[in-house]
Design a protein around this ligand. Structure first.
Ligand code: ACO
Length: 328
């Protein structure tokens, strides 16, 4: 059961360096036209000095400052990433250290590009179980460090960045109708295998890819089906007060276009910022939430659906009654 919570702060942290499609033409055989037409991506931000952990801490600190929640009130930090620098400590523990929060629960979630939805639902549920007053949920990815820059079928798709929200207890529940789902990836359509080391007792496995590998057409088919299904299920849950806006995982504009048509919803009901950031995996949804609010697209009182899909193969969604005052 989710606690009665509201989103009290939102922020993002984006690397400075911007890489355009045209710049990628010098790395692989591709073109700005191909990338824009097939994906809607025009630029991506790429970490140079930034780290996934550093961007997570930066976005979490900004979201916390905005929320006005005191450090002492944070009972829980849930981080999600597939590209964090450390296996241990967790990204959440590193964020806790960076923010100087002395005592709270802290752990990471790994659910591919659906990570933020999983982390949000885990945090809102655990706030009830632990009696926590507030929680930080943060997604951060340095996809560029796990991208094969010789592989044109993947390197044009990804970008780096982080986004965070602060959840605070509220009178009324404003994070609603969680859906978390997963189906086995029997065809290995999205894989990022860790480096495999030999030990005195066993040779290295030779299955490591170290870079993200994807069967794009299979992922596309999965994505459109599951995104539509998640949004239809969310619609059925809140038939009495339908959501009027959608912030989907930003993997490919064509996936979103397809679902807009099948859901019979207009383009202005969907927030899109993939053109600027590409696919930042678990961070796309909180970065989009932040941009949507800052741009004045997301207004106080709006009911918005968040929906994601990713490796695993995972998927999920949630409905938010947005209660932050409009950006001045
Ligand atoms: N530039 C130019 N040509 C390219 C490029 C490129 N960057 N990439 C692939 N091509 C070529 C292929 O080699 C192929 O050439 P061929 O016909 O000579 O063999 C041709 O373009 C068509 O390739 P497809 O893979 O069939 O292209 P498609 O139209 O399916 O688009 C894409 C590929 C954009 C990857 C699409 O399949 C897609 O978006 N899939 C979903 C990706 C996604 O959602 N990922 C999210 C999950 S990732 C995660 O969870 C971490």
């Amino acid at each position: 059961m989710l606690a009665n919570v509201t989103i009290a702060g939102v922020a993002s942290s984006i690397p400075e360096k911007v890489v355009t499609n045209t710049e990628l033409e010098s790395l692989v055989e591709t073109s700005d036209e191909w990338i824009t037409k097939r994906t809607g991506i025009r630029t991506r931000h790429v970490a140079v000095g930034e780290t996934a952990v550093g961007m997570a801490a930066d976005s979490a600190a900004k979201a916390l400052a905005m929320s006005g929640v005191l450090r002492e009130s944070v009972g829980l930090i849930v981080a999600c990433t597939i590209t964090g620098e450390d296996l241990t400590p967790s990204m959440a523990s590193s964020v806790q250290k960076a923010l100087g929060i002395q005592n709270c629960a802290a752990f990471d979630v790994s659910a591919g590009c659906t990570g933020f939805i999983y982390a949000l639902v885990a945090a809102a549920s655990l706030m009830e179980t632990l009696g926590a007053e507030a929680a930080i949920v943060v997604a951060s990815e340095a996809m560029s460090r796990f991208t094969d820059w010789n592989d044109r079928s993947t390197c044009v798709l990804f970008g780096d960045g982080a986004g965070a929200v602060v959840l605070r207890r509220s009178e009324t529940a404003r994070v609603l109708y969680p859906i978390l789902s997963a189906t086995p990836d029997t065809n290995d359509v999205i894989v990022l295998r860790k480096d495999s080391r030999s030990t005195p007792f066993s040779p290295a496995r030779n299955t490591a890819t170290e870079y993200i590998r994807m069967k794009g057409a299979d992922v596309f088919t999965y994505a459109v089906g599951v995104l539509e299904d998640t949004l239809k299920r969310l619609s059925a849950f809140c038939a009495d007060k339908p959501f009027t806006k959608v912030i989907p995982h930003q993997a490919n504009e064509k996936i979103i276009d397809y679902v807009m048509r099948t859901m019979n919803m207009g383009r202005d009901a969907f927030f899109l910022n993939i053109a600027s950031y590409a696919n930042t995996s678990s961070a796309t949804i909180p970065i989009a939430l932040c941009d949507a609010w800052e741009a004045g697209w997301l207004r106080q009182g709006d009911r918005v659906a968040l929906a994601g899909f990713g490796s695993g193969l995972t998927s999920g969604g949630v409905v938010i009654d947005w209660d932050l005052p409009d950006k001045p």
